[in-house]
Design a protein around this ligand. Structure first.
Ligand code: IPE
Ligand code: IPE
Ligand code: MG
Length: 238
C-alpha cells in the first residue's frame, strides 16, 4: 500500500509568524499551453489551486490571505477570456460559499468589483453579506484591482478630509483594516508586481516561484512560509 503523504503542519505556528500573505496567481495560460489545452482549462485548474490554497491557509491558522484574481489591466484581454473568468468566479462562489461560511471564513474584496456583470456583482455582494460577521481567516479577493488606482482613490479621499499624511492615506486604502502584508508570493517565474499592493509591499517579504499557479497547493504555501520564516526583517533598523 502506498504510504500516505505526511499531513501538512496545521494550527498555531504553521503560518510561521505570518499574519497576511498575498499571492499573484499567475501562469494559468502557460499551464494550459504546455498541455495543448485552451487557456480556459488553465483558469479552471487555477480555481482548484485556489481551493487547495485557501483550505491550507485556514488549516494553518493564517489570519489573512489576499489573492490577485483579476487586475484593472486584465480588461485588455479578449472578451471571450473575460467571460470565461467571470463564469468561473460565479461558479466558484456558488459551489464554495457554504463551505467557506461553515469554516468561519470572512470574504473581502479589494478593487472595484461593480464593473463585472450584474449577476456576478449580486453573487459577490451576497457572499460578502453572508460572511461579514465571520471571525476566522479573512479571504481577500482582488477583483478589477490596480494598486495605482487604489492609491489615487485613497489620496483623493484623504485630501477631502484634510492633509494627506501617511496615516490618513493608509486608512483610505482598500486594505485599511487588514493586517500588514508579511509575504507576497508570485507564481509563474515572472519577477514583477503587476500593479499589486505597491504600497502594502513596502516592507513585505517577496517570494517568487517558477511553479505555475494551477500547480500551487498547501505544500507550496508551506514552502513559501518556510522561506519567510528564515528571513530577517529589519524595516530599516539594525
Ligand atoms: C493568471 O494566469 C490569471 C489571470 C491573470 C486572470 P494568466 O492568464 O496570466 O496566465 P499566463 O500568464 O498567460 O500564463
Ligand atoms: C497579474 O498577472 C494579474 C493577476 C494574476 C490577476 P498578469 O498575467 O495580468 O500580469 P502581467 O501582464 O504578466 O504583468
Ligand atoms: Mg499572466
Amino acid at each position: 500500500m502506498a504510504s500516505k503523504a505526511a499531513p501538512l503542519q496545521s494550527g498555531s505556528g504553521a503560518a510561521r509568524g505570518a499574519r497576511h500573505v498575498a499571492i499573484i496567481m499567475d501562469g494559468n495560460g502557460r499551464w494550459a499551453k504546455k498541455r495543448l489545452l485552451p487557456r480556459a482549462a488553465g483558469h479552471k485548474a487555477g480555481v482548484d489551486a485556489v481551493r487547495k490554497t485557501v483550505r491550507a491557509a485556514q488549516d494553518m491558522g493564517l489570519e489573512c490571505l489576499t489573492l490577485y484574481a483579476f487586475s484593472s489591466e486584465n480588461w485588455k484581454r479578449p472578451e471571450q477570456e473575460i467571460m470565461e473568468l467571470t463564469g468561473l468566479m460565479k461558479r466558484f462562489i456558488k459551489a464554495d460559499l457554504d463551505e467557506f461560511h461553515s469554516n468561519n471564513v470572512r470574504l473581502r474584496i479589494i478593487g472595484n468589483y461593480t464593473a463585472f456583470e450584474p449577476e456576478a456583482v449580486e453573487l459577490i455582494e451576497g457572499a460578502l453579506a453572508k460572511t461579514a460577521n465571520n471571525t476566522g481567516c479573512t479571504l481577500v479577493i482582488a477583483l478589477n484591482y490596480g494598486s495605482q488606482d487604489e492609491l489615487v482613490r485613497a489620496a483623493n479621499r484623504a485630501a477631502q478630509k484634510g492633509e494627506i499624511t501617511l496615516e490618513a492615506l493608509e486608512t483610505e486604502l482598500d486594505t485599511a483594516d487588514l493586517p500588514p502584508l508579511d509575504l507576497l508570493i508570485r507564481t509563474s517565474g515572472e519577477i514583477r508586481l503587476s500593479n499589486f499592493l505597491l504600497w502594502q509591499a513596502a516592507y513585505a517579504e517577496l517570494y517568487f516561484t517558477d511553479m505555475l499557479w494551477p500547480d500551487f497547493d498547501g505544500k507550496a504555501l508551506a514552502t513559501a512560509l518556510e522561506s519567510f520564516a528564515g528571513r530577517e526583517r529589519r524595516y530599516g533598523g539594525l
